[in-house]
Design a protein around this ligand. Structure first.
Ligand code: HEM
Length: 433
């Protein structure tokens, strides 16, 4: 468990306390108007306040909240991320978690649909949902605290230690997580602040990982985003409905989790300082794709199938067998070893501690950058873990990357507003009286 939690820093406001005397605006309408289809579809919204004066089409866009699955998993990456980890406060029991989930689900539904959550102190900041999604996950300890250890899926446990890990407790496992993404940093900041405050009686913030991709609109829609090594990152990924059905949505194990998913979070430092010393061709060899197009080194187009058997005129493999894509790809006979990746970049001011710890090859580390690697699957022990074990053993990219944080969460299925079918709040089938 992390040591830098912010426990106790927030004023002990009760929800009732900050509700009193505050007006509630158009959010209720948004709540009633939500559909019950599969979560994740994006649309321009006229619900709530979204799309008011001065708000662009992008600012008003919403991603459907209600559905079989939570939004934020199948949803194409928005430009900004706050991944917020929480620990339950001392004494929190099943009833407390139930109350927290009711509040959070209702608030997330309103915020994502451009409405105003109950008790909002800054309703104007909810006017631009900008494809906001808020996705909730449960950590292992939660099941002990609610007195239902038998409901914890077996895979929800610390990941095995990998030989190259340099994990910092600061980015470790927590009881709960909220993945908050939108195409506007202010929207993300407001949603984060609201959710933290709304849950303050029950849960204390442990860590926040802030990430970003290209701003929406600077690249053509659907263009693969680049990471801070300049690589297109996300070319080969699970995205179609059928792929998600087969590998991402949970269909076995505890009943309450069917339709949910498993989230693995790894914070990965990327040594930009040593990476930049490398010539361009070697950078491409390390990954097995070229930098310009993201094409496999056996071809010329980004989305063409890599040919791992192809050799060059000297008889050497065009894609190095130790390259990142060769090692990450599911080996024959193991089609289940695939994941939906949803990584974000982080880029922070230089940190003397990081510089000290990450120095390699005598090259001073000036950067404090990397990736918040987030991936979704049915069962990390059969998907993320064997892939990472192969990468840990031999991946050319290892020379420039170091895993410094790790956590796993069970994501309950999607919800539907009162009157619909399925859970009415996150984890209802687990937490009901
Ligand atoms: C900072 C760390 C990492 C960087 C910079 C990175 C970068 C990349 C890049 C550039 C590609 C090729 C383009 C694409 O298909 O998206 C790729 C592919 C991939 N990566 Fe990573 N990656 C990182 C960590 C990881 C981790 C931790 C895993 C899982 C354990 C992983 C799994 C994969 C998979 C499954 C593919 C697709 C391979 C295929 O072609 O079948 N990556 N990554």
């Amino acid at each position: 468990m992390s040591t830098n939690n912010l426990n106790g820093r927030w004023p002990r406001l009760t929800r009732r306390g900050f509700l009193s005397g505050l007006s509630v605006t158009a959010g209720g309408a948004a709540l009633a108007a939500c559909g019950t289809g599969a979560g994740g579809a994006s649309s321009s919204s006229s619900e709530g306040n979204a799309g008011g004066a001065g708000v662009t089409e992008l600012g008003a866009q919403t991603v459907t909240f209600d559905g079989l699955h939570q939004a934020g998993i199948a949803t194409p990456e928005q430009s900004n991320l706050n991944l917020v980890a929480f620990n339950l406060r001392d004494g929190a029991d099943k009833g407390a978690v139930r109350r927290l989930m009711r509040v959070w689900t209702d608030d997330a539904r309103r915020l994502t649909q451009g409405g105003t959550p109950l008790g909002s102190l800054e309703p104007e900041l909810a006017d631009t949902p900008a494809n906001l999604t808020i996705t909730c996950g449960f950590g292992p300890r939660l099941f002990e605290l609610i007195g239902a250890p038998e409901q914890r899926p077996e895979w929800l446990a610390p990941l095995p230690e990998f030989s190259r890990d340099r994990l910092d407790e600061r980015w470790g496992q927590s009881d709960l997580v909220l993945q908050i993404c939108a195409d506007d940093p202010l929207t993300v900041a407001h949603a984060t602040r609201h959710m933290i405050r709304a849950g303050v009686d029950y849960a204390a913030t442990d860590w926040i990982q802030q990430g970003f991709l290209d701003a929406r609109g600077v690249q053509t829609k659907g263009e693969t985003p680049r990471n801070l090594f300049g690589q297109k990152d996300g070319t080969e990924n699970l995205s179609s409905g059928a792929e998600l059905e087969d590998h991402v949505w949970i269909t076995e194990g505890p009943e309450w989790l069917r339709g949910g998913s498993a989230m693995v979070v790894r914070r990965i430092f990327m040594n930009v300082d040593t990476w930049e010393i490398l010539d361009r061709a070697s950078r491409e060899v390390s990954t097995g794709r070229d930098l310009a197009e993201g094409a496999p080194l056996s071809g010329s187009e980004e989305f063409e199938e890599p040919d791992f058997e192809a050799v060059d005129h000297t008889g050497l493999p065009m894609i190095d067998p130790a390259s990142h894509i060769a090692r990450a790809r599911a080996p024959e006979g193991h089609p289940e070893q695939v994941i939906r990746r949803r990584p974000y970049n982080y880029d922070l001011p230089p940190d003397p501690q990081v510089s000290l710890e990450m120095e390699s090859e005598g090259v001073p580390v000036l950067s404090n950058s990397g990736q918040i690697f987030i991936c979704f699957q049915r069962d990390p022990t059969r998907q993320f873990v064997p892939i990472q074990a192969r990468l840990d053993e031999a991946d050319r990219l290892n020379q420039w990357i170091t895993h410094i944080g790790s956590a796993v969460y069970a994501l309950p299925p999607g919800v539907s507003a009162e009157g619909g079918s399925g859970d009415s709040y996150w984890g209802a089938a687990l937490l009901a009286e």
